[in-house]
Design a protein around this ligand. Structure first.
Ligand SMILES: Nc1nc2c(ncn2[C@@H]2O[C@H](COP(=O)(O)OP(=O)(O)OP(=O)(O)O)[C@@H](O)[C@H]2O)c(=O)[nH]1
Ligand SMILES: [Mg+2]
Length: 155
């Protein structure tokens, strides 16, 4: 079973496309206008929550009960948007990185990895593309193991 994770990151980086792929949903992905709960603990967020510091409190309260935070950063963007320390308030959570759209010709995977590390994310980083199903499978497997581990701890 795959639950208890939240996708966050800037507008248009591919969160909802990834969310649908992870959950094997077939529907067409549209711009995300509000929080989307697949269930109580599986959440897709609109990029605006991340791009607009005034909405951080909303993001932070939404993340409160979620075990795994997945920060998504597009492979061809070297913008350092991640506010350092946003995640350091949580030492009980697993925070992982996803480098999205690695199929793009101008993808800069190594540099994006550095940006993610510099932002204070120490968990694993998964390079993915929606056109490379194995990359999604690897992430799905990781997330489902996390879920399993969490439920064994009685969380
Ligand atoms: N080339 C490429 N394009 C992708 C990939 N994943 C998503 N996209 C495209 O990126 C665009 C934005 O995708 P969304 O999933 O809506 O992005 P989002 O992060 O949910 O955006 P917001 O909801 O606005 O925050 C769409 O046109 C997708 O088709 C990918 O792996 N490779
Ligand atoms: Mg979206």
């Amino acid at each position: 079973m795959l639950n208890n994770f939240i996708l966050i990151g800037g507008t248009g980086v591919g969160k909802s496309t990834l969310f649908a792929a992870l959950l094997n949903q077939e529907e067409e992905v549209r711009k995300t206008q509000a929080l989307v709960f697949h269930d109580e603990c599986t959440i897709d967020t609109p990029g605006e929550y991340f791009d607009n510091p005034r909405l951080y409190t909303a993001l932070i309260s939404t993340m409160t009960d979620i075990k795994t935070i997945v920060y998504v950063h597009q492979a061809n963007s070297l913008e350092r948007k991640l506010p350092f320390g946003l995640f350091s308030i949580y030492d009980t959570k697993k925070i992982i990185g996803v480098i999205s759209k690695i199929d793009l010709a101008d993808a800069e995977i190594a540099q994006v990895e550095e940006i993610i590390r510099d932002a204070g994310i120490h968990g694993p980083i998964f390079p993915v593309s929606i056109y490379q199903p194995e990359s999604i499978d690897t992430l799905r497997l990781f997330l489902s193991k996390e879920t399993h581990a969490a439920s064994q701890q009685g969380a």
